[in-house]
Design a protein around this ligand. Structure first.
Ligand code: I3S
Length: 122
């Protein structure tokens, strides 16, 4: 399943604002740097857009995360912020996601976890 090149409502399970910090990209550990982003979850991918406006006007995602074989876990030790979880990909990308509202954050977590579990293991 090739990654969507823009927000596609027909395959989007959930979309909304999240706080994100990349941890590892292209095999390199990055300095933690939180930013607000607009996240869309599909059955196969996480798509991170700059903000809602750019997502809804057809912009390309800034980051695309392949959920096949990915791992997700709560990671309170990775940040002083509450409600943090991390997603790690087979390709070695790692992002931290965070949201102030515990309930909303758990909804994102459960949805992404379910999406991962439906995909084949690699
Ligand atoms: O895990 P760290 O290194 O304490 O993460 C903090 C730093 O990345 C900090 O930036 P500086 O590298 O300029 O100090 C960020 O501003 C903080 O947000 C990071 O900590 P939190 O606990 O917010 O994830």
């Amino acid at each position: 399943q090739p990654p969507p090149t823009c927000l596609d409502e027909s395959v989007t399970l959930k979309q909304g604002v999240m706080n994100r910090s990349k941890l590892i990209e292209g095999g390199k550990r990055l300095r933690k740097n939180w930013s607000n982003c607009y996240l869309a979850v599909t059955h196969y991918y996480l798509l991170f857009f700059k903000d809602m406006k750019s997502a809804q006007s057809g912009a390309k995602p800034e980051i695309t995360i392949d959920l096949t074989g990915a791992m997700i876990s709560w990671s309170p030790e990775k940040s002083s912020r509450k409600n943090c979880f991390q997603v790690s990909t087979v390709a070695g990308q790692q992002v931290l996601l965070q949201e102030e509202c515990a309930l909303t954050c758990k909804e994102w977590f459960d949805l992404i976890k379910n999406a991962i579990q439906r995909l084949p293991m690699v």
